[in-house]
Design a protein around this ligand. Structure first.
Ligand SMILES: [Fe+2]
Ligand SMILES: [Fe+2]
Length: 252
């Protein structure tokens, strides 16, 4: 982490989660799954930023968004290529298990991006915070990837672009909204916080749901199974009358 430049320094929260990330990335299957998902997120983000370039009326922003979109598409390719290289060396098992995605969604957060109808100021504030979060997380991922130098190099390369994206979006936000850019940033921060809460709550609800179902399986099902077995033991073998003694004495 000493090698991190000031703009690439991870947040305290991401630093705190570094041991968890180290564990998640230590497994090759999980690494492949995460790289593939990151590749998807980057490409989707690039597509949305390309749409932002189409809808903005600001010529400078259009050019910057285009460069940004090309970067994100390239990141998607880099992640997918690295995942493919890992798969060639060690074919993936079907289930990669826990990946902690609700702690760090796709590394980037660009999947929450909504382009149409958004003013440039809101778009830039959202992009700035997403890129800042990506730069913070990717610097942690790079640092915990000591055991896999090629994947580490991918994060290192992408990190430089994310830092550029983080900086240009802030500069442009201050240009288009010189007086109210801080307010836009706070609004975007609150929106991200709310989405992070929803993600966390969904993740916790999933864990709690699994725990409750497991408890139900082991606590509620055994008595029913026992009752069913007891009833089966009492059942007489073969055809039995339903209790109406005349039923066999008549034609219908
Ligand atoms: Fe990216
Ligand atoms: Fe980016």
């Amino acid at each position: 982490m000493d090698s991190a430049r000031p703009h690439e320094r991870p947040t305290a929260f991401d630093r705190m989660l570094a041991p968890l990330h180290r564990w998640i990335w230590s497994d090759t299957d999980r690494r492949v799954q995460k790289l593939l998902r990151f590749g998807e997120t980057e490409t989707d983000g690039g597509r949305d930023i390309l749409r932002a370039a189409e809808v903005t009326s600001d010529p400078l922003l259009r050019r910057l968004y285009l460069e940004h979109a090309i970067d994100e598409f390239r990141h998607g390719v880099l992640f997918r290529r690295r995942a493919a290289a890992l798969l060639k060396v060690a074919p993936s098992a079907s289930n990669a298990g826990f990946q902690g995605d609700w702690l760090a969604p796709g590394g980037h957060g660009l999947d929450d991006l909504q382009v149409d109808g958004e003013p440039d100021s809101d778009m830039l504030a959202f992009l700035h915070l997403s890129e800042k979060a990506a730069a913070s997380r990717f610097s942690v991922y790079r640092d915990v990837m000591q055991h896999d130098p090629p994947t580490r190099a991918v994060f290192e390369e992408i990190l430089h672009d994310e830092a550029f994206h983080m900086n240009y979006t802030l500069t442009q936000l201050a240009r288009v909204e010189p007086k109210r850019h801080r307010r836009h940033l706070w609004r975007a921060r609150l929106s991200r916080l709310w989405k992070a809460y929803l993600r966390l709550a969904t993740g916790l609800a999933g864990i709690l749901g699994s725990m409750l179902l497991t408890i139900q399986y082991f606590v509620l099902l055994p008595p029913f199974a026992w009752l069913a077995k007891r009833a089966a033991r009492r059942e007489r073998l073969g055809w039995t009358s339903s209790g109406r003694s005349d039923s066999l004495d008549r034609e219908y």
